[in-house]
Design a binder for this molecule. Structure first.
Ligand SMILES: [Zn+2]
Length: 270
């Protein structure tokens, strides 16, 4: 411990956390269950290249498993369920989700949303901590050279398989600092049903954490419309804290997604 003034990084611990994640190299260990014989033949073990090499025939790793059988490994003796990356997962019922959220709300009232947001945010940062080294090994390319679309889809697809829903991201206003996400079949909202207000705080926090890592700066997120308000799907805005707070105010005043979008674009000054 130093007695001199704290370094600037200590004032912004999130910046330090984000740069630590970006500093991680490729980690092929998380992919050990997905290696094909070709990976051994070529002695592939986490090396990265300038661009993604085109591999014809058998791939180095099995990509994108879309069936339960291929993605989940069940060990009934040990009572363990893990995914293809060796991460432990838990299957829960809708009653479980309702009980957790209901219990939080009973104990904390309106603060429950903030707690869920923070849990989602921490999960997002932690998930990126394992995803960044894994994706670099899987595609043999440094993460800062990878295309954003590939990164985002590679990140989301295991979550889709685990029951978190289907998403579409919209980066068209990314240069103006506005990212939008449509979420279909939210595990939270579909469980709770139509109660006339947004409920997916957990996802908002998750998206804030993940996009903070990808953008390398602290971002916030807010759910602007939700399946639990009677809408067809959920919509999120990811932006700076200032804009997200403004959107939260407008949402509270009853503004629709379209109204909020118009107001945000009005505030874009570069
Ligand atoms: Zn929702």
């Amino acid at each position: 411990m130093s007695t001199t003034a704290l370094p600037a990084a200590a004032e912004k611990p999130i910046d330090k956390r984000l740069s630590l994640i970006w500093g991680k190299g490729a980690d092929a260990q998380q992919l050990s269950l997905l290696r094909t014989p070709r990976a051994d033949e070529e002695k592939v073990n986490g090396q990265v290249q300038e661009s993604i090499r085109v591999v014809t025939g058998q791939q180095i790793y099995k990509h994108n498993h879309f069936t339960d059988d291929q993605f989940f490994k069940h060990n009934p003796q040990a009572g363990l369920l893990t995914n293809a990356y060796g991460q432990r997962v838990v299957r829960v019922t809708e009653d479980f989700v309702v009980a957790v959220l209901g219990g939080l709300e009973e104990e904390l009232g309106d603060a429950a949303g903030e707690i869920m947001y923070k849990c989602g945010y921490e999960w997002g940062i932690a998930d990126m901590g394992s995803f960044v080294p894994r994706v670099q090994a899987e595609y043999e390319q440094a993460v800062n050279k990878m295309r954003m679309g590939l990164l985002l889809e590679t990140w989301w697809w295991p979550l889709k398989l685990e029951g978190w829903g289907e998403w579409n991201y919209d980066l068209r206003q990314g240069k103006q600092g506005l990212i939008f996400i449509d979420l279909y079949e939210s595990a939270v909202a579909q469980t709770i049903g139509n109660i006339g207000k947004v409920v997916c705080y957990f996802y908002a926090g998750l998206f804030a954490g993940v996009f903070s890592v990808l953008a390398r700066r602290q971002l916030s997120a807010i759910e602007i419309q939700c399946y639990s308000m009677g809408e067809d799907h959920c919509k999120f805005l990811i932006a700076t804290e200032k804009r997200v707070n403004a959107a939260a105010f407008w949402r509270q005043e009853g503004a629709t997604f379209k109204d909020i979008l118009g107001k945000l674009n009005g505030t874009v000054t570069g």
